[in-house]
Design a protein around this ligand. Structure first.
Ligand code: RTP
Ligand code: MG
Length: 139
């Protein structure tokens, strides 16, 4: 299945550091259209469910704790080649390895608190978008 949509979250660190506006500006200036948008807080159960694919990984407990530590912004984004282009826009998982000018290079401090999430496949973009948004919340 090939879609032109991806899913993102502005993570608790970037929200707490006041970067919501700057990150959304960066995203829209890169040509992504906002299809759905929500400011919300993940419970530990919800964060655990969202990142269930990483359940067996050593970083999973920390990841779940961090992602439920404060409010996040969730969004569905549209653009040609959305998933791959958005991964390029956000940069490497570890911000010290993220290319200059990427969102993680500009706004993230560590691999744990890395400012944004981006879907890693069209299939996961669809699943993740539906995790947060109903059909009535996508425009
Ligand atoms: P995300 O899902 O949040 O967009 O990040 P990603 O695809 O770049 O990285 P992923 O492998 O999906 O991992 C999810 C989040 O877990 C944390 N992580 N820590 N300590 C580690 O080796 C490690 N590896 C991953 C990161 O915060 C990553 O964003
Ligand atoms: Mg990932």
């Amino acid at each position: 299945m090939k879609t032109n949509r991806t899913f993102t979250m502005i993570k608790p660190d970037a929200v707490a550091n006041g970067h919501i506006g700057a990150i959304l500006d960066h995203i829209t200036k890169a040509g992504f259209k906002i299809i759905a948008l929500k400011y919300t807080l993940l419970t530990t159960d919800k964060a655990g469910e969202f990142y269930e694919v990483h359940k067996e990984r050593p970083f999973y407990p920390n990841l779940v704790k961090f992602m439920s530590s404060g409010p996040i912004v969730a969004a569905i984004l549209e653009k040609d080649n959305a998933v791959a282009d958005f991964r390029t826009l956000i940069g490497a998982t570890d911000p010290s390895k993220a290319e200059k000018g990427t969102i993680r290079n500009l706004f993230a401090k560590s691999i744990d608190a890395n400012a944004v999430h981006g879907s890693d496949s069209d299939e996961n973009a669809e699943i993740e978008g539906n995790f947060f948004f109903s059909a009535f919340e996508k425009f």
